[in-house]
Design a binder for this molecule. Structure first.
Ligand SMILES: NC(=O)C1=CN([C@@H]2O[C@H](COP(=O)(O)OP(=O)(O)OC[C@H]3O[C@@H](n4cnc5c(N)ncnc54)[C@H](OP(=O)(O)O)[C@@H]3O)[C@@H](O)[C@H]2O)C=CC1
Ligand SMILES: CC[C@](O)(C(C)=O)C(=O)O
Ligand SMILES: [Mg+2]
Ligand SMILES: [Mg+2]
Length: 329
């Protein structure tokens, strides 16, 4: 059994009197910065001039360039896109690092795959919410929190874990439960989860279901409601009470079909492919491909992103969601 850390196990005073620079104000940046501020932590935002800068100022933060943020902060949380972190670190953070500062990450990619190698006299730790940033914020404002992982890569001060736990408390993660792990374990499991299950796996499953129905002559609107919209409602039940709660709420007809047909969709071949995906992540092949793709200005990524945006399920979904005023667009 792993050790779980909750609010009572984390002490926000480890961040008292300290300045936290949140570098980046995107999905995670805006959420973590706002949650921390509401937990009483002094936060400044490090950015380049642009859209996020304006947004962070509108949200009431002091915004400075990354070089200044790195100089002023005691704790630097790097919430830039993974593929940009190494360059910004090299240009605007590394030159100013001083002994005893704390470098934080929310994903281990750059440390684990050796793209960022900090000096030995700074703490290097991770607080990784197991949630999209916008939900880190939404769940916190509703009085809850999302689970998180903490890890320590380097403990120069002897306090790296306490600071990571305090930060996890500040963003609400210890309300839900925090697990201590390693940069390696977080990186490999996070990449696997997003590729094989949460993002890649689910998107392909949804599209395949939609296409099967539409190709068989059913209405795209019905296919959308069945294969995408209702997925959220079904997953809400799993979130609340696991697979059992979902199966309690659905009909016995659906439950019987679940047991009979589910294993025909996710077959041994699918599981073998999942194992291959995991191996490629563990061996660094995925990271290498992603780094090279960015160095080449993302030709494959951009082409697929465009064709995915044009998938018929996106057109029909946008039209149907227009009528649902309660869904944030
Ligand atoms: N997205 C998520 O929910 C999750 C992300 N993570 C991890 O969190 C980290 C941040 O990811 P995410 O929040 O998705 O990132 P986003 O892509 O949402 O954030 C981008 C932010 O970085 C800024 N930025 C980009 N390039 C630069 C630059 N060169 N100099 C200064 N600022 C820059 C952008 O500003 P501008 O407006 O100027 O472009 C924007 O504010 C990653 O390590 C990711 O793996 C972990 C868990 C979940
Ligand atoms: C599932 C994708 C994720 O790992 C996340 C929201 O946790 C990410 O990198 O965005
Ligand atoms: Mg993740
Ligand atoms: Mg991820």
């Amino acid at each position: 059994m792993v050790t779980m850390y909750y609010d009572k196990d984390a002490d926000l005073s480890f961040l008292q009197g300290k300045t936290v620079a949140v570098v980046g104000y995107g999905s995670q940046g805006h959420a973590q910065a706002q949650n921390l501020r509401e937990s009483g932590v002094k936060v400044i935002i490090g950015l380049r001039p642009g859209k996020s800068w304006k947004q962070a100022e509108e949200d009431g933060f002091e915004v400075v360039n990354v070089d200044e943020a790195a100089q002023r902060a005691d704790v630097i949380q790097i919430l830039l896109p993974d593929e940009r972190q190494a360059q910004v670190y090299q240009d605007s953070i590394a030159p100013y690092l001083r002994a005893g500062q704390v470098l934080l990450f929310s994903h281990g990619f750059n440390i684990h795959f050796g793209q960022i190698v900090p000096p030995a006299d700074v703490d290097v730790a991770m607080v990784a919410p197991k949630s999209p940033g916008h939900l880190v914020r939404r769940v916190y404002t509703e009085g809850g929190g999302v689970p998180g992982l903490v890890a320590v890569h380097q403990d120069a001060t002897g306090n790296a874990k306490n600071i990571a736990l305090a930060y996890a408390k500040g963003i609400g993660c210890t309300r839900a439960g925090v697990i201590e792990t390693s940069f390696r374990e977080e990186t490999e499991t996070d990449l696997f989860g997003e590729q094989a299950v949460l993002c890649g796996g689910v998107s392909e499953l949804v599209k395949a279901g939609f296409e099967t129905l539409v190709n068989a002559g059913y209405e795209p609107e019905i296919a959308y409601f069945e294969c995408l919209h209702e997925l959220k409602l079904i997953v809400d039940l799993m979130y609340e009470g696991g697979l059992s709660r979902m199966r309690y709420s659905i009909s016995d007809t659906a439950e019987y079909g679940d047991y009979m047909s589910g294993p025909r969709v996710v077959t041994d071949a699918t599981k073998a492919e999942m194992a291959k995906i995991l191996k490629e992540i563990q061996q660094g092949q995925f990271a290498k491909n992603w780094i090279i793709e960015n160095q080449a200005n993302r030709p494959v990524f951009n082409a697929i992103r465009q064709s995915e945006r044009n998938h018929p399920i996106e057109e029909v979904g946008a039209r149907l969601r227009e009528m649902m005023s309660w869904i944030k667009k």
